[in-house]
Design a protein around this ligand. Structure first.
Ligand SMILES: [Zn+2]
Length: 92
């Protein structure tokens, strides 16, 4: 189905996209994840937007609804955008 390959940064062995463990050095491979600071940054932006909406609309309920709608769509967008990004974690 997916013929894409990913290259391990530790042993430089190419693996088929989708495998969870590098066949060369047994590093674990994760897909569709973002770094902690990136997730934190998005969380901060969403919170700022939420406060802004609350300030404009003066409606707490509306703010909560928009905040969750934004959070869910952002999460889906990131998953889709980073689905091909593989993160290797080397294990000794
Ligand atoms: Zn490897």
């Amino acid at each position: 189905m997916n013929k894409e390959t990913i290259k391990c940064p530790f042993c430089f062995k190419e693996s088929t996209h989708g495998v969870r463990i590098c066949t060369g050095c047994h590093s674990t491979i994760e897909y569709g994840t973002v770094s902690a600071w990136f997730a934190l940054m998005i969380g901060t932006i969403l919170t700022v937007i939420a406060f802004f909406i609350l300030y404009i609309s003066q409606s707490f309920l509306l703010t909560v609804i928009i905040f969750f709608a934004l959070a869910i769509s952002t999460r889906l967008y990131i998953r889709k955008k980073f689905a091909h990004r593989a993160i290797f974690t080397h294990q000794h």
